[in-house]
Write a protein that binds this ligand. Structure first.
Ligand code: DX5
Ligand code: ZN
Length: 221
């Protein structure tokens, strides 16, 4: 099994305390920062803009995991200036030319990831497996923090892991996003996920951020 990793959801962070939050992430060895980009059309919400993403990048020196929840992401990917080591995910539902968009992410030097909403079948990814470094299974309908797990997505993770392994893509990672609490993370891990988007359910909740990270590292293995 690929090792478990955290990708903190920066839309849930207090931007007025970004410096100290990033210090905790750096000390905790967090490998990516999850950046939710919403266009008010693909999802019913608007955030995080190119300027904010640039500021987070410059302050953090941690690779970004840019989750594009936007219609026809193709030409807009370059706006976020992806770098080697970054993940960029695009939704299979958001473009008529998924393979071309994934190839473009690779051309820009970043790691391509294809994302699926809870209702979208895994068959949408079947023919792009050579084009991705990871698949993002949405475990809530994207748009907001603080929602409840859509339970049937756990079996979808399991089926995706089996599909990847059977077809010769054991290196392709599975990211999960939405209501990743410690309890749900254990179930998702058991199903085969290895990158955990940590939002209001896991990290950005009352208590100490470093303790929440420690608890994840000790329990999700
Ligand atoms: C959902 C967002 C998530 C969200 C996850 O559209 O992509 O990043 O913030 O956090 P919680 O734990 O609040 O579901
Ligand atoms: Zn996300």
């Amino acid at each position: 099994m690929l090792p478990p990793k955290l990708s903190p959801s920066m839309m849930c962070a207090d931007l007025f305390r970004l410096g100290e939050t990033i210090d905790v992430f750096r000390a905790g060895g967090v490998p990516w920062l999850h950046i939710d980009v919403m266009d008010g059309s693909f999802v019913p919400n608007l955030m995080l803009g190119t300027g904010t993403v640039r500021q987070i990048r410059e302050a953090a020196h941690i690779p970004l995991d840019i989750h594009l929840m936007i219609e026809e992401p193709g030409e807009k990917i370059a706006w976020f200036d992806p770098r080697p080591g970054d993940y960029v995910s695009v939704h299979a539902e958001s473009t008529r030319h998924l393979q071309r968009v994934l190839a473009k992410i690779r051309d820009l030097g970043a790691k391509p990831m294809a994302a699926l909403n809870p209702a979208s079948p895994l068959s949408m990814l079947e023919d792009v497996l050579p084009d991705i470094d990871a698949a993002l299974i949405m475990t809530v309908n994207p748009g907001y923090a603080g929602q409840r797990l859509v339970p049937q997505t756990l079996d979808k993770i399991r089926r995706l892991r089996a599909m990847l392994d059977e077809r010769g893509f054991p290196h392709v990672e599975i990211e999960v996003d939405g209501n990743v609490s410690l309890e749900n993370a254990l179930k998702m891990r058991n199903a085969g996920a290895n990158i955990f988007v940590a939002g209001s359910s896991l990290l950005f909740k009352p208590g100490n951020l470093a303790d929440h990270i420690k608890l994840f590292n000790e329990n999700v293995r």
